[in-house]
Ligand binder design. Structure first.
Ligand SMILES: Nc1ncnc2c1ncn2[C@@H]1O[C@H](COP(=O)(O)OS(=O)(=O)O)[C@@H](OP(=O)(O)O)[C@H]1O
Length: 650
């Protein structure tokens, strides 16, 4: 019988007709049908059991099975990579591997996107590791239809799965095993001797990235081990492409501006104003002397291709202490970075074009840690010399090989990896408990983001250095300099210390040390993530954060000096409106157009300046204000602006 491939696109009626037919067929026949009717057919697979069944069935139906597409997130288990090789050997089917754009390995990925992107920004992670590589694959390989390994019995979004679907990009998705349950799939694999992931013998049932896959208990749902404890149940590959794209903050890569001299300031605010084709960036301080910028919005079409960052670091009482200016030029990717510390006199006024049409500044507070760790809680003492020695012994010291399964009980050369492993868990537990104590109402999503900021390598390395832990490490002499300078090693020795302390003295001793240590970090990270969620920052305590009690999140956020301004900015940002602040400090005589009364009482003095500001929204006057700081003045003007917008706050 002559067969004709489907003419694309197909109508809804045609799709219904096809599905009615496919529902009467068994998986082998659905696959046979697809070979005859679906143009540009490929199989997308993570080498899950279902996909493996389809691969095996196809190998028995045709000598030229559809090529496979594997999206290598770079975070698959070694066992998955091993399985791919087994499949290639057994079936001789071509496998096209697509990785995150511009990243060949985890190192390159983390350089581009930071560590643990799946924790700090799940949507962007999904887009970068799966959705975007899939689009590239489809485009480059001329894919019009894919076979997937989804089944209705997997539940969630898949519960009403049809044999054939069309997604919003026009891609046809065939789900030949849509009606099979897990046991049938398992049975087929065994019966037909299909290669399978070795992890399945260890209690895993559905395998994805190692960081989001755990074993499941007997009787648990097959997908319970994926993103366990989270609402999430899909990696984004089978969600709406355009929604995924819009959610991902990938218009530009995140990158870092190192800044020096920061630690000499006590309380620091960072103002970042930025402009690159109108893209707005948000600011992620790493507590480590660097600031990450991540694009939030897609650029509008016609803006200057120049990118300027002005990071202004100011001590609380002195508005003009430090400024940093960085210029970047792009050609698809970051090309040059010049970071300079500018003289104190330089202020935002030096960047009039930047301030104009600039998105609202995001204010971030860095915890009040003095240099040299003088404000840190003292480092507890590990009493046992043997434990202490082990805590400070790096694997390189005894040149230990990496592939040992188990140490001998009388191991003569113990290193600190096990303590580090334990310390990592103790740290996670301690910080999570601390956050529940400080912010009892906080949901798991933001809490995870905050924890990731706090326990990131950069923060741990900073703390480790302040306690001078890396100096005490026993390292192989040939590698000592390099290893001691590594952020990873610095962070690891801190974790190893936590593990050793826990092992000897228990959780209470660890918490006595870690709670006061991490409280200021938690406070700062909480404020930051709150702002990222579009909420006004809670008032920052004026004393050292360590001495302050945690904010009561159950109470409504009071409207503080920051409050009106943040709310105003938030509304404008949402409505995508431009805002311009025009300042005068009166003494410079450029306040004529502000309508400032010419009275000494409102003029201010050199030591107590009075700032005046007018705010224009899309060029229209919205309000004016005055205050002893620019921010206070802006806040006053924002209050008026909010009223003009019909928003009344107390
Ligand atoms: N990394 C990767 N590369 C290519 N194709 C992939 C990938 N991840 C998921 N898929 C496709 O989605 C099917 C279901 O996968 P999962 O059940 O693991 O869920 S999830 O998509 O990861 O949420 C999966 O089915 P299998 O072929 O059984 O793996 C594939 O069709």
């Amino acid at each position: 019988m002559a067969v004709t491939p489907l003419d694309l696109p197909i109508s809804k009626e045609k799709l219904d007709e096809i599905n009615a037919h496919l529902r009467t067929l068994n998986p082998e026949d659905i696959l046979k049908w697809s070979l005859d009717h679906l143009p540009g057919l490929h199989q997308t697979t993570a080498f899950g059991l279902t996909g493996l069944v389809a691969i095996d069935m196809l190998s028995k139906i045709t000598t030229t099975p559809p090529p496979l597409i594997f999206l290598d997130t770079l975070y698959h288990f070694p066992e998955t990579y091993e399985l791919i090789e087994d499949v290639k050997t057994k079936y001789s089917v071509p496998v096209h591997v697509y990785k995150p754009d511009g990243c060949n390995d985890v190192k390159e990925f983390e350089q581009k996107h930071g560590e643990k992107l799946w924790e700090t920004d799940e949507d962007t992670y999904d887009f970068v590791v799966k959705v975007d590589p899939a689009r590239r694959a489809y485009k480059e390989l001329g894919v019009k239809a894919v076979i997937t390994g989804r089944r209705a019995s997997q539940g969630g979004d898949r519960a009403s799965l049809q044999p054939l679907e069309i997604d919003s990009t026009g891609l046809l998705k065939l789900n030949p095993l849509f009606e099979w349950n897990f046991h049938l799939v398992e049975w087929y694999i065994k019966e037909n001797n299909v290669p399978r992931n070795k992890l399945l013998d260890q209690g895993y049932r559905s395998v994805g990235d190692w960081h989001s896959t755990v074993k499941v208990a007997e009787g648990q749902d097959e997908r319970a081990g994926r993103w366990a404890g989270k609402e999430k149940s899909e990696c984004g590959l089978h969600k709406d492409y355009f929604t995924m794209k819009a959610q991902a903050k990938t218009a530009m890569p995140a990158f870092f501006i190192p800044y020096c001299g920061l630690h000499i300031l006590n309380r620091i605010y960072i103002y970042l104003l930025y402009l690159y084709k109108g893209i707005m960036y948000n600011v992620i301080p790493s507590f480590h002397g660097s600031v990450a910028l991540r694009a939030l919005h897609k650029p509008p079409p016609s803006r200057s291709p120049k990118f300027v960052v002005s990071a202004r670091l100011t001590a609380e009482s002195n508005y003009a202490s430090h400024s940093i200016k960085a210029r970047y030029s792009f050609q698809g990717f970051l090309k040059t970075v010049i970071t300079t510390q500018l003289p104190p006199a330089l202020s935002l006024r030096s960047f009039p074009t930047l301030v104009y049409r600039c998105p609202p500044a995001i204010v971030v507070t860095i915890p009040d840690f003095g240099p040299g760790g003088c404000n840190f809680p003292p480092l507890p003492v590990i009493r046992s010399r043997a434990i202490e020695l082990q805590v400070f012994t790096h694997r390189s010291f005894f040149a230990r090989p990496t592939h040992i399964f188990e140490d001998h009980p009388d191991d003569p050369s113990p290193d600190n990896e096990k303590f580090e492993h334990l310390g990592d868990a103790v740290l996670g537990l301690s910080v999570t408990s601390l956050m529940m104590q400080m912010y009892p109402g906080l949901r798991v999503g933001p809490s995870t983001k905050i924890r990731a900021l706090i326990v990131g390598n950069a923060t741990l390395a900073e703390i480790s250095l302040k306690y001078r832990l890396p100096d005490r490490l026993r390292l192989h002499p040939a590698q000592a300099i390099t290893l001691r300078a590594s952020t990873h090693i610095q962070a690891d020795v801190l974790e190893s210390f936590m593990g050793g302390l826990y092992h000897e003295q228990g959780l209470e001793a660890v918490r006595r040390w870690l709670d006061p240590l991490f409280k200021p970090y938690a406070t700062a990270a909480y404020q930051l993530v709150r702002t990222q969620h579009g909420l006004p920052a809670l008032p920052t305590p004026t004393s050292s954060p360590r001495s302050s009690s945690p904010p009561d999140t159950a109470a409504p956020a009071p409207m503080t000096t920051i409050g009106h301004l943040a709310l105003f900015n938030q509304h404008l940002q949402k409505a995508d409106r431009s805002v311009e602040w025009i300042y005068s400090d009166f003494s410079e005589g450029n306040d004529a157009d502000l309508g400032v009364p010419d009275e000494a009482a409102v003029r201010g003095t050199k030591t107590t300046p009075v700032w005046f500001v007018r705010v224009l929204v899309d060029g229209e006057f919205y309000g004016k204000g005055r205050g002893n700081t620019k921010k206070a003045a802006r806040n006053e003007a924002a209050k008026v602006g909010l009223e003009k917008m019909g928003i009344f706050v107390w």
